[in-house]
Design a protein around this ligand. Sequence first.
Ligand code: PBG
Length: 327
Amino acid sequence: MELSSRPRRNRSLKNLREGIKEVDLNASSFIQPLFVSENTEPIKAMPGVQKYSLDDLKKFCIKTLSKSKICGVLLFASIDKELKTKKGDEALNPEGLLPRAIKIVKEHAPHLVVMSDVALDPFSTDGHDGLVENGKILNDESVDLLCMMSLVHAKAGVDFVAPSDMMDGRVKAIRKTLDKNGFSDTGILSYTAKYASFFYGPFREALDSAPGFGDKKTYQMDFRNKTESLRELRADIFEGADMVMVKPALAYLDIIQSFKKESTVPVVAYNVSAEYSMVKLAAQAGLVNEYDIQFEILSSMKRSGADLIVTYSALEMETHLKKNESI
Ligand code: PBG
């Protein structure tokens, strides 16, 4: 055959393939979510993931995190039922699980970027990200609380607060609160395009944070839409977000790609709980090799334009990638 182009030539040698690869997946782009709670316990819905007591978190920092090359951690609190209230008061407790966890990681794995989830759902009896009144999720009143919550985390030394609530105007309000109180160095990683997704199930089981009534569709985005993600992106950048997040990631690669094109700040993808658990369960059933599949999935997120990836498999994949390097 006379062919002017033979693409296979560029695939012919392993070294060549390595040399010209467009995506170089490595631990420095990973953020590991961590759950803290009163007691250490496994999370059934997410094989291999657990909640850490503060003592065990400290041990984990010393033994594992201090040596890891991942970018950072994203902290979530799983509080006891008795501590949950209508207004999520525990979210503002300076001695609560999250502020204490922030201090522990900053002390024992100081090289890591520490991020914290800012939303009311794990703290409120309603299981919604904002304040609820007569079945409605209040915007502005919720933003006030999220500002106070952000300040509590900033005082504990967090590097980035990560508002995951999707209330309007919260990035601007949080930025103003942080600046006014002397925390102009504390960053904001905004959950910018957070969809009302069915992929959060295992996470909600872990935190016992499923909405008590209704769903989250009046604040999280409709997954049939793309255009409004750009509206959210523009607003968040204008309001002062330091990084913008797309969540979930796997079924939203088109959103990640358009964010990368439009955004002037780094783009973060959240490889969420059901994306993680589906791979784990398929691997347990012997259908796939979990590392191979996860490598491919995370590579697709990078290829789409994610600068950082929040993934429950961050540390596991770091170990796996290291092992493969030495082969
Ligand atoms: C809520 C929050 C959720 C997740 C992160 N922050 C769940 C939700 O919005 O209901 C989901 C993460 C995951 O599924 O891994 N503020």
